[in-house]
Design a protein around this ligand. Sequence first.
Ligand SMILES: [Zn+2]
Ligand SMILES: [Zn+2]
Length: 228
Amino acid sequence: MIVDFVTVGPFEENCYLVTDESAGVAVLVDPGDEGRQIETMVERRGIAPSAVWLTHAHLDHIGAVSAVRRAWPGIPVHLHPADALVYAYAERAAANYGLRFEQPEPPECELAEGQILTVGSLTFSVMHLPGHAPGHVAFVGEGIALSGDCIFNGSVGRTDLPLSDPNAFVGSLDRLLGLADATVIHPGHGPRTTIGRERHSNPFLVGAVVVPGTARRVSGAVLRDLNA
Ligand SMILES: [Zn+2]
Ligand SMILES: [Zn+2]
């Protein structure tokens, strides 16, 4: 497995290319902006992507969906249906930031909790992690988690956006922390990290900081910390 990424757009979003090089199969995760840069990443790897997987539909994660469809016609876009409204709203959200944005046509495929997705011989399961956005998911497998805007290196996703749900978000962080310590997190923004590193040093996850909009610390992390 090879995980390439390129950081794109004003929100510095990470678009990933996950490749099974022996099978010659790849998928794109969160083509957020700057389609040309994403195409360059794919050309360097030399394997055309067979699908687009979206962790969620905020504008910084879907802004190059149309460009990707032009580059690889017929490529199916996968999104959890609970983010359909966020997807449809992206162009207006971009206008609020004063950003130019190409609103993509709707996604072709719906993701669901527990669904198994493959990239050649690589297997990932879909983990529904609502909170930052209602249809936010992570793609978990092969020792990694493509976890969008849930956990970052030293921080967590925002919960003050339209359709955010801070209490659901705390439950989703708890679920992610159930993954093995060695799991490598490829986040939607910032450098990669591991579940273990964040569990032990992320100020939101060691109970040092309360997730904004809630009165709750991430209970699983605090319990684990107390038991340590
Ligand atoms: Zn987001
Ligand atoms: Zn984002």
